[in-house]
Design a protein around this ligand. Structure first.
Ligand code: FMN
Length: 182
């Protein structure tokens, strides 16, 4: 796939099934992640990969975090199922450090770029992915369970796998309404 074709046709895939990215594919996906712009070379990210039993552990963390947050039965049951929507879930964390020239926002953006690059790499490899967040991304109980520091932030749960159906590519979007010239 041409790079420009990837950039103009990338789309999310919410319905994902096994197989997950294999070892070689995952290496390329992670390689794309760490290739993104990174002010001052802080590598302000961590990728927590859940696959197989890891998905069950992630679901347990989700459940406990929601319970500690006072979530009702329906909310907790929904959380338990979330990681089961794909054969692999990568929790993308912005690992934020104090830096005189690189504010936290830039470190969050860099981690977000990494998430996007991974989705694009998966798409280019014929796999599917969708970037999700929701309240759990901001849940401090989950952050603690995953060993995040006080300044760290989950910027995305990247669901990866094989598209369950071959969805048609969505029509091209126009940027016209978002553009103005000075
Ligand atoms: C930071 C961020 C968080 C998102 N969180 C969710 C989410 O929790 N649930 C969801 O369905 N889509 C979420 N999305 C949107 C999807 O990733 C996706 O972009 C959207 O469904 C549109 O599909 P497309 O990427 O094919 O245009 C999020 C996107 C971003 C950038």
């Amino acid at each position: 796939m041409e790079a420009i074709e990837l950039l103009l046709t990338r789309q999310s895939c919410p319905r994902l099934v096994a197989p997950a990215p294999d070892e070689a594919q995952l290496k390329q996906i992670l390689g794309a992640a760490v290739r993104v712009p990174d002010h001052a070379g802080l590598t302000p990210w961590e990728f927590i990969i859940a696959e197989g039993d890891g998905l069950t552990r992630l679901a347990e963390h989700f459940v406990q975090a929601m319970e500690k947050d006072g979530g009702d039965e329906a909310v907790v049951a929904k959380a338990a199922n979330m990681p089961m929507r794909a054969p692999m879930v990568v929790t993308v964390v912005a690992k934020v450090t104090e830096h005189p020239k690189v504010p936290a926002l830039e470190q969050h953006i860099a981690a977000g770029c990494a998430c996007m690059a991974m989705q694009q790499a998966a798409f280019a490899l014929g796999l599917g992915g969708i970037w999700r967040t929701g309240p759990l991304a901001f849940n401090r109980h989950l952050h603690q369970a995953l060993g995040l520091g006080e300044q760290d932030q989950i910027v995305g749960f990247l669901y990866l796998g094989t598209p369950a159906v071959k969805a048609p590519i969505k029509p091209q979007k126009s940027a016209d309404s978002a553009v103005r010239y000075l």
